[in-house]
Design a protein around this ligand. Structure first.
Ligand code: ACO
Length: 332
């Protein structure tokens, strides 16, 4: 049986900075406790990128260099680089442009994608579409964020959640029916007042008046966002399973965005799968926004088997949310 061209993940790699910010260290910075953070979020520690002038592109380039090395890919063969991030090095040029230069991908078109915590699955679907069209043969999709650059370390409700990191996958054409099978991506911009950074864009530029205000930093109404996230991530994962007549036993792994262990558990329960089928690294990395899903793929790569059914699911700022159904394409 011949299959149409699908886009398969043929390699995955990641990068996290060395510096570990523990719950104990946060206890010294804000009025919080290891117990509260662990019980409410599942997070024990997160990585922080230190070093002057080091931005998201540094971590993304490290992830891509490792990806190219392990897959034996010549950077000149890369057709496109898409970087999902909410923390670009600068407004422009985009971070994907910088990464292309840093890894020597001189023939690649490159651009950033901003869909907050859903950014990686948005970028994955976009990259996969170029391959399915037959337009490109090698597409690198990155999820990378330096959340420490937009987190207010005086706000205990948010500073405990986030960390820095980057993950990248290589997409190539497949004719065995493996790779990205389907994506359901959704958005609802009316969530803009519940999860956002107020200042720094064109509507509210940084001025002398607001330069030291909390408006420059990440803000969310955590309780409200939690309610949306917990229902919508589960809804969309269930919708994907129904669309493909999948039941819990058919799923090898759920690869969820790592925002809160309670949201992940609720999604897995709705899908009818046990904790052994859920990829989780939130306890070590916290919420790295665009990077959570590729970092999970990297962490669990050796456990995945060729043909495994994976459901990737995310919810984040916008609101944006969605699920991707893919068949893993290789054994490590
Ligand atoms: N340490 C101790 N106490 C705290 C802390 C803290 N770090 N933070 C808040 N509290 C207190 C609150 O002040 C509150 O006290 P009160 O009852 O006296 O008023 C109490 O703990 C409960 O606060 P809640 O906000 O109700 O806590 P909740 O259980 O909702 O957990 C959390 C907060 C972890 C933020 C949760 O709401 C959450 O995970 N929300 C969703 C996050 C998410 O999915 N975001 C989307 C992705 S992010 C992106 O797109 C970039």
């Amino acid at each position: 049986m011949t299959h149409k061209i699908t886009a398969a993940i043929t390699a995955v790699h990641g990068y996290v900075p060395d510096y570990i910010l523990t719950n104990q260290e946060l206890e010294k910075m804000v009025d919080t406790s290891d117990q509260w953070i662990t019980e409410r979020t599942g997070i024990k520690e997160r990585r922080i990128l230190k070093g002057e002038n080091k931005g998201t592109s540094f971590m993304a380039a490290e992830a891509v260099k490792g990806l190219l090395e392990k897959s034996g890919t010549n950077p000149l063969e890369i057709d496109a680089i898409i970087c999902a991030t909410v923390t670009p090095d600068m407004l422009f040029p985009c971070t994907a442009n910088l990464v292309a230069d840093m890894v020597g991908a001189k023939n690649a078109m490159s651009f950033d994608m901003l869909a907050a915590c859903s950014g990686f699955i948005y970028a994955l679907e976009t990259g996969a579409s170029y391959i399915q069209l037959g337009r490109y043969k090698k597409v690198v999709v990155i999820g990378a964020d330096k959340m420490s650059s937009i987190v207010n370390y005086k706000d205990r409700t948010s500073c405990i959640l986030f960390g820095d990191g980057a993950g990248a996958v290589l997409l190539e054409p497949n004719t065995e029916g493996l790779g990205v099978i389907d994506a359901i991506l959704k958005s609802d911009g009316s969530g803009k007042d519940l999860l956002y950074i107020k200042a720094g864009g064109s509507a509210c530029p940084i001025t002398e008046e607001n330069v030291n205000s909390p408006d420059r930093y990440f803000f969310q109404d955590g309780k409200a966002v939690f309610k949306y996230a917990v229902t919508r991530m589960a809804d969309v994962a269930e919708e994907m399973m129904k669309r493909h007549h999948l039941v819990g036993e058919d799923i090898a792994y759920l690869v969820p965005h790592q925002a809160n262990k309670r949201i992940i558990d609720a999604t897995a329960e709705r899908m009818g799968i046990g904790p052994e089928k859920v990829t989780m690294n939130i306890e070590r990395y916290g919420n790295t926004t665009g990077a959570t899903i590729p970092l999970c793929l990297w962490d669990y790569e050796k456990k995945f088997k060729k043909g495994d059914n994976l459901i990737l699911a995310a919810f984040g700022g916008g609101f944006t949310w969605g699920a991707v159904y893919l068949k893993w394409a290789y054994n490590s």
